[in-house]
Design a protein around this ligand. Structure first.
Ligand code: SF4
Ligand code: SF4
Length: 58
């Protein structure tokens, strides 16, 4: 899953248009909703690297 690092996200919304699933909304900070399919496309568009892939460990 994708998470937003709240300490890094500056709410610029640059990531929003790059999500093919409309899974990112941005009100002050980015928020990932249930539409996210973990395509990882958004990660490279955040200028402050606030979007992270969270790997769940067993
Ligand atoms: S991983 Fe893909 S589907 Fe999920 S928020 Fe990022 S761009 Fe959208
Ligand atoms: S591009 Fe990065 S800093 Fe900008 S709203 Fe998205 S997650 Fe936050």
């Amino acid at each position: 899953m994708i998470s937003v690092d709240e300490d890094l996200c500056v709410g610029c919304a640059m990531c929003v248009p790059y999500c093919p699933e409309d899974a990112i909304s941005c009100y002050g900070q980015a928020h990932i909703n249930e539409n996210c399919i973990d395509c990882l496309a958004c990660l490279e568009y955040c200028p402050v690297e606030a979007l992270k892939e969270t790997v769940l460990e067993n």
